[in-house]
Design a protein around this ligand. Structure first.
Ligand code: GRG
Length: 300
């Protein structure tokens, strides 16, 4: 049985407090980039809102491992920078070609394609600067492991590989195995990096790291199933991005392959499995258990 979240834990307050800390750190992270239009384009997307789920997962995993979440702030910011850069590039005409993201016109609609590509590049490289130059109080060995995780997730074994398979599958028949490959790479890999990087910074041992990898696989796939469901059930206004996009782009999704009800059932099952992996850590895992539930109950 999956562990229930302690009834005394105030998750909305935890989420609001963590989000506020992340927003402040993101705002402070970008220095006086030159030229100004590059800085504006980077800030436009990085500070456009969003759920900030990835940095919050990183901070929660650090705390669960026994660390001070403040030490993980530069890495949490780095993870949101990588996520934001992937959104900017995903929205480009050569990829998903979208006009709306986080409730605003997409980066290339405001700054043009060339600057959007370069702002994404600058955010990706800045992420590595955040971790390597701005982290304090973490051993070089652990920090090197964090840098390695970020390199792997950003490249062919992670986001880029997933995106390439996704693009080549558009308009084709896709089976469940391929769909899972796409989402484990496009979405799941970064969520996994969030918890492993946070836990590494917090001093986690291998047992906890392995449990967190199992947790992340479950929440990663569940997150994507819910994303697919919301694409057909929610409005663009609520989502802050174009609803119904998967149908327009002729993409295979979980609801298309399994139907809405079975997709929901599968997402709930994956979250339950994810939570079970953290059972041995009892109350230390409370925030991560609540974050797992949030993934299936979210409306955007
Ligand atoms: C990282 C080098 C490098 C390249 C990126 C474009 C690309 C390669 C990959 C695409 C990755 C992508 C856009 C995956 C979709 C993930 C997803 C479900 C995003 C939505 O996440 P939310 O709902 O968004 O957390 P907010 O706006 O709340 O942060």
């Amino acid at each position: 049985m999956a562990e229930a979240v302690s009834s005394s834990f105030d998750f909305p307050a935890y989420l609001a407090k963590s989000k506020k800390r992340v927003e402040q750190a993101l705002d402070e992270a970008l220095g006086p980039e030159r030229p100004e239009e590059l800085r504006d384009s980077m800030r436009y997307s990085l500070l456009a809102g969003g759920k900030r789920l990835r940095p919050i997962l990183c901070l929660s995993a650090c705390e669960m491992a026994g660390g001070d979440p403040e030490t993980a702030i530069p890495t949490a910011v780095a993870l949101e920078m990588i996520h934001t850069m992937s959104l900017i590039h995903d929205d480009l005409p050569a990829m998903d070609n979208d006009d709306l993201r986080r409730g605003r016109p997409t980066n290339h609609k405001v700054y043009g394609e060339a600057l959007a590509i370069l702002a994404g590049d600058a955010l990706l490289t800045r992420a590595f600067e955040m971790v390597s130059l701005r982290t304090e109080g973490v051993s070089p060995e652990r920090l090197l492991k964090v840098v390695a995780e970020l390199s792997l997730v950003s490249g062919a074994p992670g986001l880029v590989g997933g995106q390439v398979v996704d693009l080549t599958c558009e308009g084709k028949e896709v089976d469940l195995e391929t769909l899972e490959f796409i989402h484990l790479h496009k979405t799941g890999a970064l969520l996994k990096a969030c918890v492993t990087c946070g836990a590494l910074i917090g001093g986690a041992d291998n047992e906890l790291l392995n449990a967190l990898r199992t947790y992340a696989r479950g929440i990663g796939l569940a997150f994507q199933i819910i994303d697919d469901i919301l694409d057909v059930t929610a409005s663009s206004e609520v989502l802050g991005k174009t609803a119904g996009k998967d149908l327009i782009a002729d993409k295979t999704t979980y609801p298309k392959l399994l139907g809405l009800e079975e997709s929901r059932r599968r997402a709930n099952l994956l979250v339950a499995e994810a939570k079970t992996a953290l059972e041995p850590w009892k109350s230390k895992s409370t925030p991560l258990l609540a974050l797992a539930d949030y993934i299936t109950t979210r409306d955007r």
